[in-house]
Design a protein around this ligand. Structure first.
Ligand code: DON
Length: 571
């Protein structure tokens, strides 16, 4: 096999209608280059964990499509990668339905409970209370992931939830060997997990994190998933699970009600599309800020011929475009069901023309000169996976419980680890959240409102190649996906796209986060001369991409090498 596939990235061969079968490593090379393939005939999945990718493949082998596989992958990640995402959190997905030649965005983002009270996120002296924002039940929004998975099965899948959730239920019940990254996350958060008996019960069996190589199971989550499989959405949002969630949250000082859970709704939205250099980018609309920012950046960059520039000037322009897009992020964006956003302006090429004019060719613009809008931890949690199935259906899905192990609060008897997504609201106006993002009224918490996200699951369609990409990383998600798109448009294959060395600017703080190795000494010094403040950071992100070359009909799937190189914790 030519592709250097990693354990959690697979391509698989499937029956091609009545015409027989072929293996994944033997794509249809005979397709003439003038005739673009209409369907891959084989499937690719790239996710953060071997067991999750295998779960997706298992469901495809049972006759499922990409949407069924997405249910299997996401639910298995809830079990095996709980530090990043799960049924106590939410997701956003950009999908392409091949039969209808249509794309759709699934918003299974969490919502604020009706009793949300901004005072809960302040200390008595009026300073932000970072503990209630990030730990315990007050930090948790009403989960969207279970409803989102049920929605996918009902509206897009071919299999019942009992089939697509089966691998996750089995893994939770029979157990698995946690990878080093999960064990590291449990150790990192041990003190917080000890604050709540059900959290300690789940993650600290016998009072400490499971040892490497030890089989660890989660029968409570298996039961909760079984109820979801059996009854669909009501199996989580009413009845036994809902009762348990609400009473556990109340016991620990939270404010959820049964009504909040019953009122949760998945939203289907029109994805945001951007045209850039002959490619159509299909990406996340609000309540993600990702697509708007990516569109704004690409619109600004479309006025330059980046391929004719040296690295220094190319990077300079990308940084300046990032700076301007993030300023707008802070000021304007929020839940479209609650706030009016000037999207026509933000997405207009004329607006981009205006912003482009403010960029000096050889000098950084201090963010303070651009009119208003700090921590800057890119975060290593949240998870993204990409799927293309044999028929050309595509799913780019980013799932999150927000920060590492979410709120660290497990609702007793459910195995459900609640998210700490409330911190993605501007809980205190113009005070940075954990990713250093600022916000104002547009993203202030309100009952039932969705908190702004950076998640940017995207599909990029060119004349002869298509990419499904996304990544975790808090505010850096946006710039990672942008840089992935640029690498793809420059001809990069899946491995090059996910490995591309990253840099990030988010308006405030006014500095460029640089991954070691992104710039050579001469480039760094030239950028510094131009007035950019460079700050080297540990590698960030965990991109998973699948690329379909419709000329050769070859699928190419890759998972971010940083996980092995930088963190070295892939099982
Ligand atoms: O929705 C968001 O933007 C965040 N909750 C994502 C968090 C994240 O990516 C954490 N780290 N990798």
């Amino acid at each position: 096999m030519k592709l250097a596939l990693r354990w959690h990235v697979f391509l698989i061969g499937f029956l091609l209608g009545t015409s027989g079968a072929f293996a994944a490593d033997k794509p249809q090379t005979s397709a003439p280059s003038t005739q673009l393939a209409q369907r891959p005939g084989h499937a690719g999945i790239a996710s953060a964990n071997t067991l999750a990718t295998e779960a997706g493949l298992e469901v495809l082998a049972k006759g499922g499509n990409a949407f069924d596989a997405a249910v299997a992958v996401a639910s298995t990640l809830s079990v095996v990668e709980p530090e990043s995402s799960g049924i106590g959190g939410g997701f956003m997905a950009t999908m392409y339905i091949a039969a209808d030649k249509r794309s759709v965005f699934i918003d299974a983002r969490e919502t604020a409970p009706a009793a949300v009270n901004t005072k809960d996120y302040l200390n008595p002296d009026g300073t932000p209370n970072r503990d209630t924002a990030l730990k315990g039940p007050l930090s948790a929004g009403i989960p969207g992931e279970p409803a989102g998975l049920a929605w996918l099965a009902k509206h897009y899948g071919k299999l019942p939830l009992t089939a697509s959730l089966a691998p996750a239920i089995r893994t939770a019940r029979d157990g698995f060997k946690p990878d080093n990254r999960l064990l590291g996350s449990i150790n990192e958060e041990q003190k917080n997990l000890e604050r709540w008996p059900a959290s300690a019960g789940k993650f600290l069996p016998g009072g400490k994190a499971p040892a490497a190589g030890q089989v660890w199971s989660d029968p409570d989550q298996a039961h909760t998933l079984e109820l979801l499989a059996k009854y669909g959405e009501p199996g989580f949002y009413s009845g036994e699970t809902a009762q348990k969630l609400v009473s556990a949250v109340h016991e620990a000082g939270g404010n959820w009600t049964l009504k909040d859970l019953a009122a949760y709704r998945v939203k289907e939205r029109a994805p945001l599309t951007v045209d850039y250099r002959g490619y159509k980018i299909i990406t996340a609309p609000p309540p993600s800020s990702g697509g708007v920012a990516i569109a704004e950046i690409l619109n600004i960059l479309s006025g330059f011929d980046l391929s004719k520039l040296d690295q220094v000037h190319r990077v300079h322009l990308v940084i300046e475009a990032m700076r301007r897009a993030f300023r707008d992020h802070n000021d304007y964006l929020g839940d479209p069901d609650f706030v009016k956003m000037p999207l026509n302006m933000l997405l207009s090429p004329y607006y981009a023309d205006g912003l482009r004019q403010t960029i000096l060719p050889d000098k950084a613009t201090p963010s303070s000169m651009l009119a208003p809008s700090n921590s800057e931890d890119p975060g290593q949690h949240t998870t993204h996976f990409s799927i293309i199935d044999a028929d050309g259906n595509m799913v780019a899905m980013t799932c999150t419980v927000n920060y590492v192990l979410g709120s660290t609060f497990v609702a007793k008897g459910t195995g459900v680890l609640l998210n700490d997504e409330m911190d993605d609201f501007a809980l205190v106006a113009n005070k940075p959240n954990v990713y250093g993002l600022l916000g104002s009224k547009a993203n202030a918490p309100e009952p039932g409102k969705r908190m702004l996200s950076s998640m940017s699951p995207s599909i990029v369609i060119g004349a002869d190649r298509t990419a499904v990409i996304g990544s975790p990383g808090g505010s850096t998600i946006i710039t990672q996906v942008l840089e992935g798109i640029l690498a793809f448009i420059d001809g990069g294959d899946a491995h090059q796209v996910v490995a591309y060395k990253r840099f990030h600017h988010q308006y405030m703080p006014d500095r460029v986060m640089v991954e070691p190795g992104a710039f050579d000494a001469a480039t760094s010094s030239a950028l510094t001369q131009m007035g950019h403040t460079l700050k080297e950071r540990e590698p960030w992100g965990f991109m998973n991409a699948v690329i379909w070359d419709r000329r050769t009909n070859k699928l190419d799937a890759a998972s971010d090498p940083r996980r092995e190189d930088g963190l070295g914790k892939v099982q």
